[in-house]
Structures are given as C-alpha cells and as structure tokens.
Design a protein around this ligand. Structure first.
Ligand SMILES: Nc1ncnc2c1ncn2[C@@H]1O[C@H](COP(=O)(O)OP(=O)(O)OP(=O)(O)O)[C@@H](O)[C@H]1O
Length: 212
C-alpha cells in the first residue's frame, strides 16, 4: 500500500538515508532506537506529514487510509470524550463501540482535563481507529506511562491488532521488547552512520520480509 524510497533526510545535517521500505496490508513494523535517532522523523515521512526529504513516497491506488496517533493525545479540551470521538465517527454507535473497545465507556462524558494520560491516549487511539485505517501509525504509545498502565496499553494494542489483521502498523518505540510483544518486526537505527538498519544489512526490504 505504501513504498518509501528515502535517499536522504536531515535538518542541519544528514539524519536518515538510503532506505527502501514497502508496507503491505497486515504488516507490523517497529521503528526502534534511542532518543533523537530519527524515529518520529521517519514516521512523519511515512505518514506524509513531512515531505521535505530526498526520495519518493508512493501510495497504492486507491490510496490507503492512514491514521496517526501522536505522542500527545491532542484532544479538544472543550469537548467531552464522546464528542471528541464523534468528530471523526460516522455514528454515535461507532463512537460508543470504540470507547467500549478501549475500556472507556464510563468516561464518555468526561472532559480531557479529567483523564489520566493513559486514558487520554486510549481516546486518541480510538479516534485513530475511527477512520478504519489501512495503516495505523503510533508514535511511542507507552512513553511517560507508569509500568502497569504501559503494560495495559500494550495489551490493548495487541488485542486491537488481532481484531484488525489486515491493518498495517508502524510503531515508534525505544523498547524492542514492547515491539516484539505485539509481533512487530524491528527496523533499527544506527546513530553512528545515520542509516536505518535492515536485517542482514540489506538496503531494501518489504516490511513483511523483515526478520526480528
Ligand atoms: N523540525 C526540526 N528541525 C530541526 N531539527 C529537528 C526537527 N525535528 C527533529 N529534529 C532533530 O532531528 C533529530 C531526530 O528527531 P526525532 O524526533 O525524529 O527523533 P526520535 O528518534 O523520534 O526521538 P524521541 O525518541 O526523543 O522522540 C533530533 O536531533 C531532533 O532534534
């Protein structure tokens, strides 16, 4: 559904380069590496939010629906949880079903300021799923959560993915164990060279062919 042929991306200096990546339905891919190595930058390029790079990003026809869950939940503070979801849902039933899936039905009438970070993230996840995306992009869904909340979030993501086998996923994480747990294949960053490392030092791979 998406092919990225990335020649070079940098800000003051080169950050990423020489990567050919193909993402197909059902692929699960994790961008793993230390802070500042370029994970979010690559996710933004994959998602089409950042087009200032050398190379090409090609989408299948018809274009896949791509949903993005940012690190910050980015909910509208003046709307309730349900109202935040209704903005992107086709019906009230869809909004309530999604809230049920992320175990937040009882918080439907709350405002974002009344939610913990973990709850707000789950609303943001439900909102991303409301689009019924072909490709879901998750930027560090566990960051800043305490260990038990992070584990709960990880289990939730695992369950949601099992229910949506055709949905492709690209997850940003600094923890390979989390990525492996949800069955994602790892794409690691070499901070010394600025290159994204594929298994066996290949220069090109489809996400479905990557080995953990
Ligand atoms: N808009 C920008 N302008 C200039 N430099 C930027 C910009 N966005 C990111 N950078 C720099 O590019 C590098 C990679 O940033 P990026 O956010 O992609 O890293 P990351 O691996 O996702 O880090 P983290 O895990 O901390 O979120 C960092 O050094 C960052 O400061």
């Amino acid at each position: 559904m998406l092919e990225l042929d990335l020649k070079e991306k940098g800000y003051d200096q080169r950050l990423l380069g020489d990567l050919n990546l193909q993402i197909a339905a059902g692929d699960r891919l994790a961008l793993v590496g230390p802070s500042g190595c370029g994970k979010t930058t690559l996710l933004n390029i994959i998602g089409g939010l950042d087009r200032a790079f050398k190379g090409q990003r090609r989408l299948a026809d018809p274009e896949p629906k791509i949903a993005y869950m940012f690190q910050e939940p980015r909910l509208l503070p003046w709307r309730t949880v349900e109202q935040n979801l209704r903005m992107v849902c086709s019906s009230r039933n869809q909004a309530l079903d999604l809230l049920d899936e992320v175990a937040l039905l009882e918080a439907a009438c709350r405002y974002p300021r009344e939610l913990s970070l973990g709850m707000a993230r789950r609303v943001a996840l439900a909102r991303a799923l409301a689009l019924e995306p072909d490709l879901l992009l998750l930027d560090e869904p566990l960051v800043s959560l305490d260990p038990s909340t992070a584990l709960r979030m990880l289990r939730l993501v695992e369950t949601l993915l099992k229910k949506r086998p055709k949905m492709a996923l690209v997850l940003v994480s600094h923890n390979p164990d989390d990525a492996v747990r949800i069955g994602a294949q790892l794409l690691e960053f070499d901070t010394a060279t600025g290159e994204v490392l594929l298994p066996n030092n290949e220069k090109s791979a489809s996400a479905g062919q990557l080995l953990v």
